[in-house]
Design a protein. Structure first.
Length: 150
């Protein structure tokens, strides 16, 4: 029994150490995954922006719910930028792979700003949401400006 548990533990650990890219059968699958992640994240982020900018009525529960979704989704697309995903149906610029450290820094900054936005949205205060939304939006825009073809 102990041997079986040790083997199972070793297999789980090995699976966790595999490159994230291994979860996609083909580069096209990774591209579809990251595009879908960004699309859904954008939809929920836009709802927060509409409230923060006065284009939609402020709803504290909706803000918190949307911010939670954005925070979760902000962690997903990065594993889908592996080898071979620079070609095909993508708006990703080659700089993502040429300047990988810079891209990772930008992604990390975006995630940090999204976490601040999530905390602000949970405060139930429109002013906190407004303060946190601007830097979060700027971090998204920075990536779009430097790493996405339009």
């Amino acid at each position: 029994m102990t041997f079986a548990k040790n083997c199972a533990g070793a297999m789980i650990l090995a699976a966790m150490c595999l490159p994230a890219q291994a979860q996609f059968a083909k580069p096209e699958d990774a591209i579809k995954y990251r595009k879908a992640s960004f699309t859904v994240m954008s939809a929920h982020f836009s709802r927060l922006g509409a409230m923060a900018n006065g284009r939609a009525p402020y709803d504290a529960k909706a803000a918190a719910d949307n911010a939670d979704v954005v925070a979760t989704l902000s962690k997903l697309p990065w594993a889908a930028f592996g080898e071979g995903t620079d070609k095909g149906d993508t708006r990703a610029k080659p700089e993502i792979w040429k300047e990988a450290a810079k891209y990772k820094d930008a992604a990390d900054k975006m995630q940090a700003e999204i976490m601040k936005l999530n905390t602000a949205a949970k405060a139930g205060n429109i002013d906190a949401l407004k303060v946190a939304f601007g830097p979060a939006a700027a971090s998204c825009k920075a990536c779009h400006d430097n790493f996405r073809k339009d």
